[in-house]
Design a protein around this ligand. Structure first.
Ligand code: NAD
Length: 442
């Protein structure tokens, strides 16, 4: 089954069906129509998958996706055109340009936490770049996956189907998910020398400086951490702050949680659930041995975990060893900005870093002395929303980038083209043998 899908995609590509710009635009527009027409069903599927609020689905997934599609439709001719580059003296009268070309058959493996955006955004770029695509949504967001299968030709399935797919030869693999599977994907790709984009996760730190409007900082952080029940790859994973402001941070988050979800988040229509029992147990186990400063309640029958904050978490605690990917927010205290920078830099390069401060020097130092896939200052996650910015990780948080034109470029081959005329043969004579003094003087 999987083999047939790949074979069909390969045949389509080789027959040149995915190449004409008109075809790409038509595909993109039908994707756009599908999302607009089925918005209600998509929101319902996500409600069933993770109790996502009906209001959040357009806001968090569909608007961004539609923006990506309209951008690609309006800019496609420009993106796909030859890009003239500087010439040398020897090529002054020739044509020298870079021609973006489709790579071939692209495999897209999506994750469950934002199953529409994370599966279809790479697809937008794959289509725009003229590739044939094979799409494999996550089996864990099962309602979304089966709805997507009704609307678009995708390969559904879990580990064994994905592994079967990975045995096939592709021209690019675009994977979103955890880094353990990321390594398996890269290994499988290496067998065919297939390039990969790996959109992975990790622990994204959030530093709160003492010179800051804490009310605003806490509101923004609380939203980014607890939206989608903490299951967001660029959610602030943990807070770093000085001990002197820790209690005020907790208080700011407490007030905000009350504003957002009321006194009982469990009954709030805006608060989500954990994707499945296995992940629920995993997140709860991270909390073992801690007393929550806020929250801490759970109900396994609903896969509910209250928005939870834990204070004074030791740097070597299990909560600080792996990505949480759930609604637990540890606070680790640091003595100052140097300590915070040191803390971040001695760990793996994160997918995102957040810094909240009114002090320009603090911001400047955090930007200059750390690295991460992306960064937002004085807010969380917002760098993701701009399709002019490349989105992706660095080091353990991933490789490659996408969004907007970056996806088009990521899924294109940039062919170096030099088109000469048959004239000016005297110039070439210089390097033809036989070499002798007379020729050199000529
Ligand atoms: P997941 O379980 O949905 O897995 C992702 C994909 O890998 C699925 O399609 C699944 O079928 C496939 N898969 C799972 N096990 C496999 C195996 N053994 N062999 C082959 N394929 C396999 O999602 P997940 O990994 O739980 O997602 C959460 C992780 O993804 C977090 O670490 C998060 O930070 C990261 N993430 C990153 C981004 C990003 O854009 N960088 C976005 C979302 C999630």
């Amino acid at each position: 089954m999987e083999m047939q899908v790949v074979q069909r995609a390969r045949e389509n590509f080789l027959a040149g069906r995915s190449r004409p710009l008109e075809f790409r635009v038509q595909q993109l527009k039908s994707l756009q129509r599908m999302i607009t027409d089925r918005q209600g069903e998509i929101a319902t599927a996500l409600k069933q998958d993770i109790n996502r609020s009906q209001y959040d689905t357009p806001l968090l997934e569909l608007i961004g996706l539609e923006n990506e599609i309209s951008l690609a439709v309006s800019k496609l001719a420009q993106w796909a055109a030859p890009r003239p580059v500087e010439k040398s003296l020897l090529t002054i009268s020739d044509q020298v340009y870079i021609q973006p070309e489709p790579l071939g058959v692209v495999l897209i493996i999506g994750a469950w936490n934002y199953p529409w955006a994370l599966t279809l955004q790479p697809l937008v770029g794959a289509i725009a770049a003229g590739n044939a695509a094979v799409v494999k949504p996550s089996e864990l967001s099962e309602y979304s996956a089966s709805l997507l299968k009704e609307l678009y030709p995708v390969v559904c399935g879990g580990v064994s189907e994905t592994q079967e797919l990975l045995r096939q030869r592709f021209d690019h693999i675009f994977y979103t998910g955890n880094s353990t599977v990321g390594k398996l994907v890269m290994e499988a790709a290496a067998r065919h020398l297939t390039p990969v984009t790996l959109e992975l996760g990790g622990k994204s730190p959030c530093y709160i400086d003492k010179d800051v409007d804490l009310r605003v900082a806490c509101r923004r952080i609380t939203w980014g951490k607890f939206v989608n029940c903490g299951q967001t790859c660029i959610a602030p994973d943990y807070i770093l702050c000085e001990p002197s402001i820790q209690n005020r941070v907790v208080e700011g988050i407490r007030q905000t949680l009350l504003e957002f979800y009321g006194p009982d988040p469990k009954s709030s229509p805006d608060y989500g659930r954990i994707i499945n029992q296995r992940h629920f147990n995993h997140v709860m186990a991270l909390l073992d041995g801690y007393t929550a400063a806020l929250g801490g309640q759970s109900d396994s029958s609903q896969r509910y975990i209250a928005p939870t904050v834990v204070k004074d978490v030791p740097p070597h605690a299990r909560l600080m060893q792996e990505e949480i990917f759930g609604p637990l927010l540890p606070i680790v205290t640091v003595s100052d900005i140097d300590d915070a920078i040191h803390f971040i830099s001695e760990r793996e390069k994160p997918l995102a870093i957040y810094v909240f401060s009114s002090n320009k020097k603090v911001i400047k130092r955090m930007l200059a002395e750390t690295t991460s896939g992306g960064v937002t200052v004085n807010d969380v996650m917002m760098h993701y929303t701009l399709n002019s910015l490349p989105f992706g990780g660095v080091g353990q948080s991933g490789t490659g980038r996408y969004h907007g034109k970056h996806t088009f470029d990521q899924l294109s081959h940039h062919r170096a083209c030099l088109v000469k005329s048959l004239g000016m043969e005297e110039v070439n004579m210089v390097w033809y043998p036989p070499q002798n003094h007379q020729k050199a003087r000529r």
